[in-house]
Design a protein around this ligand. Structure first.
Ligand code: ADP
Ligand code: MG
Length: 339
């Protein structure tokens, strides 16, 4: 037998799944992104045991046609991308066609879904990526995905999961970021039967910030609004006096996508130079909108890293937007509400 052989497709699928699905939080992120891409106005995320034994995402989006339900779970199957040219301007959160295949390869999935033109919905169960039969099901418009027993068939990964509380906290963080990324969507989070978050979905970022971060933090925020020819920066930043000991309350979004961006964080912090205490960090919820072709989102399987075509312009847009918000605040300090 030769030494070098192409892997069995089943093994290759498990390896690929590992890139997308690291832990329950990655499942929640992918399923919420699918719900947002489907135009949902309300999304509910429910978990038990930190999302390890049970994770359900329900949306009221456009649903999946019964005839395409099995296809949706195949690798590289997507309705969001057609040609290589589409990669240059991706307007949806998903585009790789990997998530459903990856999630179902390492868990037991049940889906129920109905489109607006279908009187009856459809359901499908998959175990370790192997689908059963598509069946008719009475269900509301939209999609419900239930993911059970994550990593039941990949013990190597299962071993590395943290305690339920830590995995649940990571899911919650993903849900919070999704709520901040799309204030027009009402987001609900239920952990072990207890509701922990409900955003109004009224389209106001301020309402989402209030629900997610709480009144106390929100009161220390000042609005940011600046639009140039190529870029718009909106959101909230903390007053220098309200800076904190960590960066954990810095939230950055690019065209509605939650991102990790050292560049955006550096621009934010530069604007506070000389205004904050050493070892303290500003908080923010900042949305950057720019031409789709000005940002490459196809950098990493988790899609949280992006590459900007014009890094200097992005830095400068964030820096100046934040600076002018801070200056406005100094010349017109808002009266703090007390009680
Ligand atoms: P991607 O999001 O990259 O297209 P996924 O594997 O996440 O890949 O999903 C595959 C396809 O299944 C999507 O392109 C979409 O057409 C469909 N789909 C998945 N989730 C939903 C949902 N919640 N509502 C409607 N369609 C969905
Ligand atoms: Mg997707």
């Amino acid at each position: 037998m030769p030494n070098i052989q192409v892997l069995d497709p089943h093994v290759a699928d498990l390896i690929a799944a590992g890139e997308v699905v690291e832990r329950p939080a990655s499942v929640a992120k992918e399923l919420m992104e699918n719900a947002i891409d489907a135009g949902a106005s309300a999304i509910t995320v429910e978990i038990s045991h930190g999302g390890m034994t049970f994770l359900r995402v329900t949306d009221d989006g456009k649903g999946i046609p019964a005839g395409e339900l099995k296809t949706a779970f195949l690798r590289h199957a997507t309705s969001k991308l057609r040609t290589e040219y589409d990669l240059e301007a991706i307007g949806t959160l998903g585009f790789r066609g990997e998530a459903l295949a990856a999630i179902s390869a390492v868990s037991r999935v049940e889906v129920m879904t109905r489109t607006a033109d279908a009187p009856l919905g459809a359901s499908l169960a998959l175990e370790g990526g192997v689908p059963g039969q598509v069946e008719e099901a009475g269900c509301p418009l939209g999609t419900t995905m239930v993911v059970r027993d994550l990593f039941y068939n990949t013990p190597a990964r299962l071993k590395f999961m943290k305690k339920d509380a830590a995995e649940g906290a990571a899911v919650f963080a993903v849900v919070q970021r999704a709520a901040l990324s799309h204030p027009e969507v009402s987001v609900k989070f239920i952990r072990d039967g207890k509701q922990e978050l409900l955003t109004p979905g009224d389209g106001q970022l301020q309402s989402a910030v209030y629900s997610v971060l709480g009144r106390e933090l929100a009161l220390g925020f000042r609005p940011v609004k600046s639009s140039g020819e190529d870029m718009t920066v909106t959101g909230f930043v903390s007053m220098p006096a309200c800076c904190r000991g960590s960066r954990s309350w810095q939230f950055f979004f690019v065209n509605g996508r939650q991102v990790k961006s050292p560049l955006m964080a550096a621009a934010l912090e530069q604007a506070y130079q000389n205004q904050k205490m050493v070892g303290k960090f500003p908080g923010c919820v900042l949305h950057l909108e720019l031409r789709l072709s000005a940002v490459d989102v196809n950098v990493h399987p988790a899609k949280t890293e992006v590459k900007f075509g014009q890094e200097r312009q992005v830095f400068s847009a964030i820096y100046h937007a934040v600076l002018s918000a801070l200056e406005r605040d100094r010349s017109h300090p808002q009266v703090e509400l007390k009680n």
